[in-house]
Design a protein. Structure first.
Length: 70
């Protein structure tokens, strides 16, 4: 199991994946908005999304969990 974490604080602008979806390494899974910039967060390894933890509109701190992969 792999947890994709936020690399910076911001608001979840868009969740790009759904539970059960397969993602490849380097594929964007969430886009954060911070200081009017969009910051894509990518999966570091391939896997299947088992849980989407963050929801659009949530405020996220550094190292908060966003998506769980198996």
């Amino acid at each position: 199991m792999t947890i994709i974490k936020a690399s910076m604080a911001g608001t979840v602008w868009k969740v790009l994946v759904a539970e059960g979806q397969h993602v490849e390494a380097g594929e964007d899974v969430v886009i954060l908005e911070s200081m009017k910039m969009e910051i894509p967060i990518a999966a570091e390894e391939a896997g299947t999304v088992t849980r989407v933890i963050a929801a659009e509109g949530d405020f996220i701190n550094v190292d908060d969990d966003l998506v769980e992969l198996a």
